[in-house]
Write a protein that binds this ligand. Structure first.
Ligand code: FE2
Length: 309
């Protein structure tokens, strides 16, 4: 038996619905032959605890609605936890809450999950100082979730520095959070290997932007901004980088997420290296600017967004 939230009971109107007695047994509330109409719901005061046999659910058209509802409930809880930490101005805990959120999202990036992300970022959009502090945190462990949350904070700080609208700042955050979503299909032993990767392993890693594009389009994402951030963040404007598509007019968001991605990787701790200082990391990226691989203006605006004010 699966407990059904009252709010979505109409999606199960063609199934048998049960109630749970005080003794813990199930008793029939409505037979599957009797269709539950909106009128009946309004008159009848549906009980709080209603159940549907799990086998029936497998065949039900409402299954997706139930999953979406459950996903949004989990996100709601995660958001409440995040809000609590934002209120207490605890940067480390805000980071942990966001990472937890990302772990859940990455574990199953379906539409229901990804649709919840903008709501989470709404909580952060006006937190200028907090985002700045989040972008400065360094971590001892590497996971795609940790990295993605860092990139998100840096991207949103950039949007604030450029005085973009709340909507645009939010979108930058989403692009940052999802830019490496394809890495969920690459074994963790490779992502965290404390050694030089073999060329086969490198080839595998280089597939993640294409995986990203596939995952995002498969779940119906048609936002060019998000898709190009995912696909292009390892491409350079001189045609180098990957995936090799011979493109030179890489989108601004693709380039920006690429710069932030490099910066985060350089400043972060890895099992095999310490994190570089911010200045050293910026200097390393600047050598790509000098070699015409990265747009100078974009780099300068990003650099301004991370220096202490
Ligand atoms: Fe990447």
């Amino acid at each position: 038996m699966i407990k059904i939230p009252k709010e979505i009971v109409l999606n199960y109107s063609d199934l048998s619905i049960y109630l749970k007695t005080l003794q813990g047994n199930y008793t029939l509330y409505k037979n599957k032959n009797k269709i539950l109409t909106i009128e009946r719901i309004l008159e009848d005061k549906i009980p709080d605890q209603i159940y549907v046999p799990s086998n029936d659910i497998q065949l039900s058209t409402g299954k997706l609605e139930l999953e979406k509802y459950q996903i949004s409930q989990i996100h709601q809880q995660l958001n409440e936890n995040l809000m609590k930490n934002i209120d207490s101005h605890d940067v480390e805990k805000v980071n942990q809450a966001l990472v937890e959120h990302m772990q859940f999202t990455l574990s199953d990036p379906r539409t229901g999950n990804l649709n919840e992300i903008p709501k989470t970022l709404e909580l952060l959009v006006n937190q200028k100082e907090l985002l700045h502090e989040l972008g400065k945190l360094t971590h001892k462990d590497y996971t795609t979730s940790v990295h993605s949350v860092d990139v998100m904070a840096l991207a949103m700080s950039y949007g604030i520095q450029k005085k973009l609208s709340i909507y645009e700042i939010q979108r930058l955050g989403v692009a940052g959070l999802l830019h490496d979503i394809g890495k969920k299909d690459i074994p963790n032993e490779i992502l965290t290997a404390p050694r030089r990767l073999t060329s086969d392993e490198m080839d595998m890693i280089k597939k993640h932007p294409s995986y990203e594009f596939k995952i995002l389009t498969k779940i119906g994402c048609d936002d060019d901004f998000i898709l190009r951030a995912a696909l292009e963040h390892h491409m350079k404007i001189d045609g180098s980088g990957y995936p090799k598509m011979g493109l030179k007019n890489i989108s601004e968001i693709g380039q920006l997420i690429g710069i932030i991605d490099m910066y985060e990787a350089l400043t972060a701790f890895r099992p095999y290296k310490d994190g570089f200082s911010r200045i050293r990391a910026l200097n390393i990226i600047y050598s790509d600017v000098k070699n015409n691989k990265i747009d100078k203006k974009l780099f300068e605006t990003f650099a301004n967004s991370i220096v202490d004010r």
